[in-house]
Design a protein. Structure first.
Length: 148
């Protein structure tokens, strides 16, 4: 039986795949659990139209992410922290402070999308952070930790 998957199914396929399975597996498990629907001619036609619309929306979101990545390219952040005499930070600098510094510069980016190598910074200096704006688009920004 040919079915269209509504969700990812381990060892079978990804969401929106059209696969062939045994009738009993489809009728007794996949369709009642809401994991798939039978691939009739009308269901396939609807499925293809939905894929086209989703791809169009996805492309516009991807274009916005590319624009944001281009505007982030030249941004240098300076983050102030309390330092000891040896240059160590009391506490650490993490994605929260970087997100706040980006907000002050006018970029509204969720801190969960920001990653730093080593996850936390405990010394003054220059570092890089990666921002995942979209599944296909990432931006890299430079930031510097200085004494307050």
């Amino acid at each position: 039986m040919e079915i269209i998957l509504k969700q990812d199914v381990p060892n079978l396929g990804q969401r929106d795949d059209i696969v062939n399975v045994k009738n009993g597996y489809a009728i007794n498990y996949l369709i009642p659990k809401g994991l798939a629907l039978q691939a009739t001619a009308s269901a396939k036609k609807t499925h293809l139209e939905n894929l086209k619309q989703r791809e169009h929306k996805e492309e516009s979101v991807r274009a916005e992410a590319r624009e944001l990545a281009a505007s982030l390219e030249g941004v240098n952040l300076v983050i102030g922290a309390k330092l000891s005499t040896s240059g160590k930070i009391f506490g650490s600098v993490n994605t929260i402070q970087i997100g706040e510094a980006l907000t002050q510069k006018g970029f509204d980016i969720d801190r969960k999308k920001i990653t730093i190598e080593g996850d936390q910074i405990k010394e003054a200096g220059k570092y890089k952070a990666k921002i995942k704006l979209h599944r296909d688009v990432t931006a890299e920004i430079d930031f510097e930790i200085v004494a307050e």
